[in-house]
Write a protein that binds this ligand. Structure first.
Ligand code: 5AD
Ligand code: FES
Length: 352
């Protein structure tokens, strides 16, 4: 193990900060032992805060209609091959019912930016879930909305919101999105969500076309400013019906390195071991947990629609019933010495 690598890792941990040089040093290193030291250090920090508890969020992908046309995404509006669907309010509520029976206390409602789901409809779904299950936490992940809309969702009972910023650099943002979308607006949404009082999640993909370590450093700087409660990180995985179909996938190793670095910088942040990570590597989610992640988001969507919510090719668990994924994840976590938490899994600063 190189002394310099150890020193850098320890310094990131002790200062909750990283310099651009340190980030570049870590990404350029390819020594397994060094890597393992970083993962172990991050894991120890996570274990201190979360006690080897892993929080499960039940993901309900309720619409794959989307008005946006992001170049990386399989449900972009110009993908004519996507088989579009919407769940009804009843179907969404019954997903939550089933989830509750499996022990889930948090539901993430994720969908494309779909005008069919007006603010009224979203509020009615949120309050419907809350009425049946007052102790659960509801997370929305439905894209960019006005501050007024976000406030309405919050008032209806949604407490958390996920909106990956995708990249903090405006030029890079423009390489990934059509001109109708801007990084500035995306960031503004995140600030609005924070101001309203949501527990907020931002995040990026690793290995998107045009991404550099400099850009990743800018992402970390933005995250330090925003101080999100959750950070979603997963490798970019090409989808065959997108302009990025021939682009190489993001690296699992780099995803794990960044997870570990983020754990050292933000000891209390909620850090999912994402489905994309589990897709890029059969043991990716386990490796994520062992590199400092503490959240998993199994799918509760009806199996009949699973294969239709494909943001990228090869997505795992699209044929498995929620109960199977639930058992599978519990087993996988036990195998690596972790366990599913019983709580709602709020950010430590929001614990009631
Ligand atoms: N590969 C990996 N992640 C993707 N996402 C969208 N498309 C892809 C892809 N091709 C991520 C984005 C989005 C989140 C819901 O999924 O970061 O914010
Ligand atoms: Fe879905 Fe393992 S988590 S089958």
């Amino acid at each position: 193990m190189k002394k310099e690598f150890v020193e850098i890792t320890d310094e990131i941990k002790n200062t909750n900060n990283i310099t651009k040089q340190q980030l570049k040093y870590i990404f350029a290193d390819d020594d397994k032992e060094n890597e393992e030291y970083l993962f172990k250090t991050a894991r120890e920090v996570a274990d201190k805060v979360f006690n080897k508890d892993v929080y499960l969020r039940g993901l309900i992908e309720f619409t794959n209609y989307c008005k946006n046309d992001c170049y990386y995404c399989g449900i972009r509006c110009s993908n004519r091959n996507a088989d579009r669907y919407r769940l009804t309010e009843e179907e969404i509520l019954s997903c939550c019912d089933m989830g509750e029976k499996l022990g889930f206390k948090t539901f993430v409602l994720q969908g494309g930016e779909d005008a069919f789901f007006t603010d009224d409809k979203i509020c009615s779904i949120v309050s419907g879930i809350k009425q049946k299950n007052p102790d659960c936490a509801i997370t929305l992940s439905i894209g960019e909305k006005s501050k007024e809309s976000y406030q309405r969702f919050f008032d209806a009972g949604a407490e958390r919101y996920l909106l990956r910023h995708e990249t903090a650099n405006e030029e890079h943002y423009a390489m990934l999105h059509p001109a109708s979308l801007s990084g500035a607006n995306r960031k503004n949404c995140l600030w609005n969500l924070k101001e309203i009082g949501f527990q907020v999640g931002c995040g990026i993909m690793i290995g998107t076309p045009g991404q550099t370590v400099d850009y990743i450093y800018e992402d970390i700087c933005f995250m330090k400013e925003l101080a999100p409660h959750m950070i979603g990180i997963g490798p970019f995985i090409a989808h065959k019906d997108t302009p990025f179909r021939d682009k190489p996938n993001g690296s699992v190793r780099e995803t794990l390195l960044l997870l570990a670095i983020l754990r050292l910088i933000f000891p209390k942040v909620l850090l999912p071991a994402t489905t994309a990570l589990g897709t890029a590597d059969m043991l990716g989610r386990e490796k994520g947990i062992l590199a400092g992640a503490n959240v998993m988001m199994p799918n509760l969507s009806p199996v009949s629609v699973r294969k239709k919510y494909l943001l990228y090719d090869g997505k795992i668990c699209t044929g498995d019933e929620a109960a199977e994924c639930n058992m599978c994840l519990r087993r996988r976590l036990e195998n690596i010495g972790y366990h599913v938490a019983e709580s709602r899994g709020d950010h430590p600063d929001f614990r009631k």
